[in-house]
Each structure stands twice: as C-alpha cells, then as structure tokens.
Design a protein around this ligand. Structure first.
Ligand SMILES: [Fe+2]
Ligand SMILES: [Fe+2]
Length: 426
C-alpha cells in the first residue's frame, strides 16, 4: 500500500491552525497532516521526515513564510510549496514569488484548499526522474527574450503605460506568460476563475500590480540559456506561431472561448521544457541535440534516449507545480504523443499537436535549434503529403480516433503559410 502524502501547515495564529484542523478532519484518511506555529518548528519537523507539500502563512514573527520556503526549496526541493496568506500586503507576497509554487488567499474555502493540496500531492506523477524533479522545483523564473523584456520595462516605466501594450508584450513571451498565469491562477489575487489569456490576466491584475511584479518583485528576467545551438528567439517565435495556429484550429472547430484561449496558451508554452533543459541542463540538452542530428531522430526521441523523458513532461511538471489548468498541462506533456491521452474529444492537446506538426513542417523538425544554411535550404516548406506530415510526427491514429482526420486539410490551410511574422526588434 502507498504511504499517505505528508502535508505540513504552518501559521502563527492558533485560531487559523485549529480552523484548518477542523476543516480538514476528513482528509486524515488520505493525508498525513501536521500543524505547527512557526518556521523553526516547521524546519524541525522537516528534519524528522520531509513533507510532500507545505502550506505556510507569510507574515509570522521571526522567520516569515518567504524565508521558510527559501529554506525548504534549498534543502527539500521535492516538496511542493504553497502560500496561504491574507491579502493585505502584496509586497510581502511578492517576496515569495521565487520560492513559492502557488498562492492561496485567506479565507480559503475547503474545496479550493483540498483541490489545490490534492493536485500538489500528485504533481510528481508525470515526471518520475528525481533529479529532474529537484531542478524543476527550484525554478523561480525563466529567461525572457531580451528585446521583449526591455520593451516591457520601458512600457511599465512610462507615464502613459497601457494595459493593452503591456498585455501584448507579455503575451509574446513564453516565460513572462507562464509567470503571469502562475500568479493569476492562484486564488491569491481573488480572480474568479482560471485565467489563461495573458492579456486578460494583465487587465485583471491591473497596471500597478504588473509594474510591481515586473520592476521590483523579480517576476521576469533576461539571461541567455547556455546550451550551444539553442536560440531563445527562435523558441519564442515558434511558440507564438504554434499558439496562433492552435487558436485558429480551435476556433475553426467552433469551440468555446475558454478552449480557444487554452489552445493559444498551451501552444505558446508547449516547448517550455526545452527552455528549461537549455537553461538548467545545458550539457544534457546539447547531448540530445547531437544524438538527434547524428541519428536523424526527432529531438523528443533523442531526449527519451538521453534523459529518459521528454521536454513535454519536463515543461508540464513546471506548469503543474505552478498550478496552471490541467488541459494546458496535458497539452504540454503530450504534444508529441497525444495518443497517450485519455478521452476522445477535441482538446487544447489536439490543437497544439496539429499546430506544432504543421509549423515544424514549415520550418524544420527542431525549430529552436540553429541550423546551418544548407539544412534550412534543403527543407521544403511547400506542399506536404499525408506521409510527409506523418514524418513530422503527426499522429494520424489519434486524429482518426477523434474522427477528426478529415479536418486535417482545412487545418493545414489555416496554418499555411505560417500565421504571423513576428518582429521583436520594433
Ligand atoms: Fe516539442
Ligand atoms: Fe514545438
């Protein structure tokens, strides 16, 4: 029998702890829970036996929540770190933006708390590799494209900054979009439901919060991923092209606006795992590239051989930790292997899988990899037969299981030519 997941609650207010104990009494069947009233006591409990999930208050005498989570992130990186805090002081919460995975606000209803902790307990099911789990768990921020980062800072610092322009810049960058959605999908900001459109998220947060996040809280960063052969600009371009095509495909199916938004953001973020590998495991990523080139393998298959998993699962693990909605996490996890999904309906996974394959058909099979001119010239972006599409990883069996294989031709029209040429230097 599997051991119960272990969950630690930390709050200096005795009435909050007793309220949590009462509220979660029924969960004793499924979780092993402890309740302590300060950071020092929490670390002592960790030293006895680590926890799967920690839920901490922010404002506590002595060691506050941000400091406690920084210790936990350093010494017990596999623990999922949640903040449960009052909404009074945003600056205090912003200190936890690096070390916390998700934010919940007090008062938090039972359903929301149980659902969030339950999901956090199962977060490692997609990514079994423990050392990768540790690396991903410590990620607070991923690199943004320098041009976009500079444009965002200029816009936020300008006297007539506009929500629309800020939203547009954030929506063009996958690291910024992922970060904003991490924060807006937390109940901390009191947003009524999951928000998966970055522009919408920015307008709901408001300019002053986004300004604080961007200029002082360190929510965004610019630095170059160190893997040789990885182009951040090409990765961002590819993410946007897939996102735009996925949105068009979802719209063409007459799906509701949430599914259209989810398809866009899942498209934008689908290769975030490659950004993680290129930034935090650059030698391993280079090894994957070499194998992929030498054996003419799709990059994800080379990753399976070298790392034992793919950038899909690695990226999905981060987004799961950050609390992004499940359809987006699933689309990112399975975009190269959609046949592994359960269900037989059109989802963001369908849109992203098709959009990615069609975009790869327009460019090359590893669009973030800097290719030599000869290789680029030898790629024919023109008419692609069904067989050629299959060569580009399109899972025709999956599409026919969904009774959507006949839609392929019209989806190809939507993605051909590639939707938008992006100019990041403007
Ligand atoms: Fe991919
Ligand atoms: Fe891709």
């Amino acid at each position: 029998m599997c051991a119960k997941p272990r969950v630690l609650f930390v709050d200096d207010e005795p009435y909050v702890l007793s309220g949590l104990r009462r509220m979660l009494r029924d969960q004793r069947r499924v979780w092993e829970m402890d309740f302590v009233n300060c950071g020092i006591a929490a670390l002592e409990k960790f030293a006895e036996q680590p926890y799967d999930v920690i839920v901490t208050d922010m404002r506590m005498p002595g060691m506050d929540g941000a400091e406690l989570l920084t210790h936990v992130a350093r010494d017990y990186p596999q623990t999922v770190r949640l903040v449960l805090s009052g909404q009074s002081k945003q600056e205090r919460i912003f200190r936890a933006i690096g070390p916390a995975h998700q934010f919940l606000s007090k008062p938090c209803d039972e359903q929301m708390l149980v659902r969030t902790v339950e999901r956090a307990c199962g977060v490692c099911s997609r990514l079994q590799n423990k050392s990768l789990q540790k690396i991903v768990s410590r990620i607070g921020v991923l690199p943004s494209l320098p041009q976009l980062y500079r444009r965002l800072v200029e816009e936020l610092e300008s006297a007539d900054a506009s929500v629309d322009r800020v939203g547009e810049i954030i929506e063009s960058d996958l690291a910024m979009s992922a970060k904003v959605l991490q924060l807006t999908n937390s109940s901390f900001f009191g947003l009524p439901h999951h928000v998966t459109c970055p522009r919408h998220a920015v307008s709901m947060l408001g300019l002053s919060t986004v300004r604080a996040l961007g200029l002082s809280a360190g929510a965004f960063a610019q630095f170059e991923p160190s893997a040789a052969g990885f182009s951040l600009e090409a990765a961002v371009q590819h993410g946007l092209a897939v996102a735009t095509a996925a949105r068009r495909i979802a719209e063409s199916e007459g799906t509701d606006s949430n599914l259209v938004d989810d398809s866009f953001i899942a498209g934008l973020l689908h290769d975030i795992g490659q950004l993680i590998l290129a930034t935090h495991l650059s030698r391993t990523y280079e090894e994957c590239l070499q194998l992929s080139r030498a054996e003419k393998l799709p990059l994800w298959k080379a990753e399976l051989e070298v790392v034992g998993t793919t950038h899909g699962e690695i990226g999905a693990h981060l987004l799961e930790l950050w609390g992004l909605p499940t359809p987006i996490v699933e689309a990112v996890a399975l975009h190269h292997r959609p046949g592994q999904a359960v269900g037989s309906q059109f989802t963001p996974l369908t849109a992203v899988h098709v959009a990615d394959c069609l975009q790869n058909g327009h460019a090359n099979s590893h669009p973030h990899v800097v290719m030599d001119e000869q290789s680029v010239a030898s790629t024919d972006p023109g008419e692609l037969s069904q067989a050629e599409l299959a060569d580009h990883d399109l899972d025709l069996a999956y599409l026919s299981m969904l009774h959507l294989d006949r839609r392929l031709e019209s989806w190809r029209q939507l993605s051909n030519p590639p939707p938008i040429t992006f100019n990041f230097t403007a």
